[in-house]
Design a protein around this ligand. Sequence first.
Ligand code: SF4
Length: 723
Amino acid sequence: VIELGLPEHSVITTCAYCGVGCGFKAEMKGSQVVRMVPWKDGKANDGHSCVKGRFAWGYATHKDRITKPMIRAKITDPWREVSWDEAIAYAAGQFRRIQAEYGREAVGGITSSRCTNEETYLVQKLVRGAFGNNNVDTCARVCHSPTGYGLGQTYGTSAGTQTFKSVEKADVIMVIGANPTDGHPVFGSRMKKRLRQGARLIVIDPRSIDLVKSPHVRADFHLKLRPGTNVAVINALAHVVVTEGLEDAAFVAGRCDAQSYREWREFVARPENSPEAMAPVCGVPAETLRAAARLYATGSAGGGSGDAEGHGAGETGDGRRTPISGRPNAAIYYGLGVTEHAQGATMVMGIANLAMATGNVGREGVGVNPLRGQNNVQGSCDMGSFPHELPGYRHISDSTVRGEFEAAWGVRLDPEPGLRLPNMFDAAIAGSFKGLYCEGEDVVQSDPDTQHVAAALMAMECIVVQDLFLNETAKYAHVFLPGSSFLEKDGTFTNAERRISRVARVMPPLGGHADWEITVKLAQALGMQMDYRHPGEIMDEIAALTPTFRGVSFEKIERLGSVQWPCNGDTPEGGQETMHVDAFVRGKGRFIITKYVPTDEKVTQRFPLLLTTGRILSQYNVGAQTRRTANNVWHGEDRLEIHPHDAEDRGIEDGDWVGIESRAGQTVLRARITERMQPGVVYTTFHFPESGANVITTDSSDWATNCPEYKVTAVQVLPVAQP
Ligand code: SF4
């Protein structure tokens, strides 16, 4: 402010970091951003923000930005700056050559949760219309795809059920595999406020996150489970609910599928799912599992099955807080600690089962709430960037739906689902996948088993990267197209509560073209008809083709500040806040049997520890933005957190360099000795490419969605000399 002077005008926009989607005023002097001020009317943030949204936007003008299109025939050649026309023509020519030589299925596209809804929509449209296949995927593949599958199967749609403000009505909050104070800070503060008012808290996490014990907040129960045993825990909780008569019988009878409920109830009631049977598996004492289940279902950690009206009974088990009278509002919030497992989709369904059985769906203060990591994960899924689904989660094999898109787009669509992201890599190594259009995603740094990803990219003949920087993936690219930061974008993001907000352009794209315009140019060069004057027209097309978006328009979003989908003639003008109020989207809620299956990633003498991963408040994912913002000075390296006992066994002192080896690879980090960890489990973040956290992560993945099992990797950790 001192250097640039006072702002002259401001533009309302949306933060481009996490799935909270805070509204901001970009305060400007001329065409320069002076500061970002949290927008007091932003419905996701009510005028609050975290350090990333407030301060970490300087990357938009960082000297590393690439602003000229570049091409090279081989990745060992130097880059050559070319005109936009030459770059687009070269990319289109290569894609067409590859398809002529290797077949229609030999190319595909990846979009990202960093992109707007409109940009993502166009990428999947290009792949389906111009490439003529369904080989399109998004980075949601590696984070919340199990949410899509699990909530789709049980409730009928993959969306989170609540608004963020719903937490203010929760009596019991269960946080599973999420760290809201670091990962979703503004929502984390909202949750803490409710906890300070007396809501009860259950944390299920292998690590002692801040919520477990921080000033003014303490969890009633911390289920410090062994990584990879989520499903054992959720089944044990469900076992207590059904065997102690804690279900909401009226809700189940009125709202849920009776046959699936009977089968599920019989399954979880089996002794093999009891807390006593599961305690040795997950490492959580049986009594803690029992007390946590009672607290979630009744608001009381003590025994008892509630009174005749189904109200919670007895005093609290620990006597620290006022008992809740009546059946509580119990809300579940979960993150990647649920989804990024071999049983990720199973666990999502286990959570959905538990919430239905206790009647905790369909009103304020309850629900099942996936905390989406990136700003537009929800939107990237909504926009059909999955190989099996068109926008609005409609299966590509549905001929009626396909017909609507074919008529609107003027193309024929392939009815067969395409390749998922990991399958594209496998196919590349097998020699059948040769060309990739990659918009806004650094797969080399963010996907697991880096060597495998790199080998796949090396095997391709044309990789087009559209991004801000020459990231790790661009090292394997043949064409680089300069993308735009959120300050240059014009479109919409959809946050974790299904809220669609405008991201408004505050400065022109440094490369000369918006990302959506680049995709249009590429589609046109490939011979596909695509023509828009403004991204608002893309949203109009989305709304016309997607029933849950039928009432969405830029005009309405700007007039109301934001809208939530579903937003159409059946909802209030601004969309629907709470999902599944009178009926589930699929009609009756469906219980699914969730058998616990141990992960293949076993500890052995050679790899005796389990590594799990996460992120911290001041950095963001692979750090492409936060590492390039000068005023982001709070944290400078990834570290390996290790329990004092494991450190002592290995002669490791705090701050020592340690080598970490897994079956996939090895890397070196500095150690942080902390009792946040449990013995036998270590933890790191993945914000810095030089740390190579994903060099060591396993290539195991979720059985239903191929979401990688980032959260469980068997490793050995030993001291090494400074590299
Ligand atoms: Fe809000 Fe998330 Fe941005 Fe922080 S990073 S300002 S919590 S949207």
